[in-house]
Write a protein that binds this ligand. Structure first.
Ligand code: PLP
Length: 396
């Protein structure tokens, strides 16, 4: 017998995957150039040249048995030392190799961190809408309950009042994601300061720490010179979940890490719990070759100029047509208010025109759609008459 929950999860389709599959099928019928697929967040900028150079150099210069062999469960010590040095230089983080656990990307970082923190079936993890839909899957898998903060549709920051109201004695952690998928918004320093003040006060009130799990796969994909925030500077009880999927355009290589900074309450115990959770779930020894590659490419980022151009082009043009768009400071998503209350109905109308945009209901934000702009600029330009036709249909 199979687990009913897992069968249901495996069988469940995702709106994004469905739209993507529809796009592929339509392309075969009407031609690729007539399908405008903004559904999936797959990086379109190639990795920096240094990635291929590092792969060649490592494979050619190091003994194969070592390169392809096991590392420690937490990852190669030299790699973790390099990471610590980088984080100390860049963010004055005051961390060491022993604060890092290498993982297979952000999804693994999140599932391990949640498993490490959750103790009881009544434990609650707070999510801020809009959020990456897989969070609810990860939280349930860890055996906890998601508690959803409604979206602040004015600024897409975090409402202090809503956060305060959501915290209970069962609150274990809050997942924050900035730059945000799907809104593209970057949380302001004031937002972190306000969240930190509430979490500190409430942690004391309920008698145990509330952790921030900071999900940061888009950390460096940030525009207009906005500063990157090192979240532990605002709130000591922060666990960072990082991934190179987007910053180095390596989503298929599955490489990232968890950082439990020493300032975290009971940091060593939490780190041991991370090691234990990684072990229990079989997430040990992240891909060795790519541990070595990220060490050699430390601090580098794929050329995000293309995303920035697409961002400006889409935001400017859609706003001019009459769409209400959230100004994106980071990541590669444009969040757009649906011209009718039902974003799924809006997305269906768009789909009929082969324009594939994702209704944000599953992101916890009904009434909005997500447009992923990690696509070819030429496709964006070809899509404009279709976007125009769509919005004009609501003006008649
Ligand atoms: N978190 C967010 C907000 C994401 O958008 C994604 C992927 O799109 C992930 C986590 C998972 O990233 P990874 O591919 O590194 O597992």
């Amino acid at each position: 017998m199979a687990s009913k929950d897992m069968v249901a999860l495996g069988a469940q389709s995702s709106v994004i995957r469905d739209l993507f599959a529809y796009g592929q099928a339509q392309a075969a019928i009407v031609g690729k150039e007539n399908v405008f697929d903004f559904s999936i967040g797959n990086p379109t900028v190639p990795p920096p040249d240094s990635v291929a150079e590092a792969i060649c150099h490592i494979v050619q210069s190091e003994p194969a048995v070592g390169v392809h062999g096991y590392t420690m469960a937490a990852g190669d010590r030299t790699v973790r030392e390099g990471l610590a040095a980088y984080m100390n230089k860049t963010y004055q983080a005051q961390v060491t190799a022993d604060n890092f656990y290498m993982t297979c990307g952000a999804a693994a970082s999140l599932t391990i961190s949640l498993k490490a923190l959750v103790e009881n079936a009544t434990d609650e993890i707070i999510l801020v809408a809009p959020f990456f839909p897989e969070y609810t899957v990860f939280i349930k898998n860890a055996g906890a309950c998601p508690v959803i903060l409604p979206p602040d549709t004015e600024h897409f920051q975090i409402s202090p009042a809503a956060l305060e109201a959501a915290i209970t004695p069962q609150t274990v952690a809050i997942i924050l994601n900035s730059p945000n998928n799907p809104s593209g918004v970057v949380y302001a320093p004031e937002t972190y300061a306000a969240v930190a003040e509430i979490l500190k006060r409430k942690s004391e009130e309920i008698g145990h720490p509330i952790y921030i799990i900071s999900d940061e796969p888009y950390r460096e994909i940030i525009y207009d010179g906005k500063p990157i925030v090192y979240v532990p500077k605002y709130y000591a009880n922060t666990i960072i979940c990082y991934s190179y999927s987007k910053s180095l355009s390596l989503p298929g290589e599955r490489i990232g890490y968890i950082l439990v900074p020493p300032q975290v309450t009971d940091a060593h115990t939490i780190y041991l719990a991370v090691c234990g959770a990684g072990r229990a779930m079989g997430f040990v020894c992240a891909p060795h070759l790519f541990q070595k590659v990220v060490l050699q490419c430390m601090g580098q980022v794929a050329d995000i100029e293309l995303y920035d151009r697409n961002r400006k082009l889409l935001y400017g043009s859609l706003t001019e047509m009459g769409y209400e768009c959230v100004y994106p400071d980071g990541a590669f998503y444009l969040f757009v208010k649906s011209p009718e209350a039902d974003a799924t109905a809006f997305s269906e109308k768009a789909k009929k025109l082969c324009l594939l945009i994702v209704p944000a209901d599953s992101f916890g934000c009904p009434g909005y759609v997500r447009i992923s702009y990690c696509v070819e600029e030429a496709m964006i330009r070809r899509s404009f008459p279709v976007f125009k036709k769509l919005i004009d249909g609501y003006k008649e």
